[in-house]
Design a protein around this ligand. Structure first.
Ligand SMILES: [Zn+2]
Length: 179
């Protein structure tokens, strides 16, 4: 879920509201009176907005309509900058994430998407140990594997087992068929 926020741009005295994350344009409000701003006569050319309670128009850098699109993009950029992206061969993007923690261990599971399909990545760590175990569940090809450069999953888990949609199973464990 994306948090909806006002965002004040520059010194124009305008706060911008993005009604929906997918909206192309943000709506301008007066930062002082919180009133929706009125458009200029020709918003595709004129570079200002009016507040009903302010005497002066609020100047902006771009034509009013362009500024509204720009403000929406700026708000989205703030949200996007905060997304955690884990670089895996430079092509995966996070699409969903969940974490759990206790005093000793922390586990994060994340679904990543690439041109090869979806993959579940599990990061597991031990308190005080910098390295984490990285376990990859390739649901499309029914494979379970881990990053050999990182902490071994068996240093965290006794056993990890994945059951795929076709009923096949694969596990990583001290006595299991190691991936
Ligand atoms: Zn105002």
């Amino acid at each position: 879920m994306v948090e909806q926020k006002f965002h004040i741009i520059d010194d124009s005295g305008i706060k911008w509201w993005l009604e929906e994350y997918v909206s192309k344009s943000a709506a301008p409000y007066c930062a002082k009176h919180h009133l929706p701003l009125r458009y200029p006569a020709n918003p595709s050319i004129h570079r200002y907005f009016f507040c009903p309670d302010c005497t002066d128009p609020k100047s902006v850098d771009k034509a009013a309509l362009t500024q509204m699109i720009y403000a929406a993009d700026k708000i989205r950029a703030k949200v996007i900058a905060k997304l955690e992206v884990i670089n895996y061969n430079g092509e995966l993007l996070p699409v969903a994430k969940t974490s759990t923690k206790n005093n000793e261990y922390g586990v994060t599971a994340q679904i990543m998407e690439s041109k090869h399909g979806k993959q579940l990545v599990i990061y597991a760590g031990k308190k005080g140990v910098h390295n984490k175990a990285q376990i990859f569940v390739d649901t499309e090809n029914g494979k379970l594997s881990f990053d050999h450069k990182d902490l071994k999953p068996t240093e965290i888990f006794a056993k990890i087992e994945a059951t795929f949609i076709d009923g096949s199973k694969m596990s990583i464990g001290k006595n299991a068929n190691e991936a």
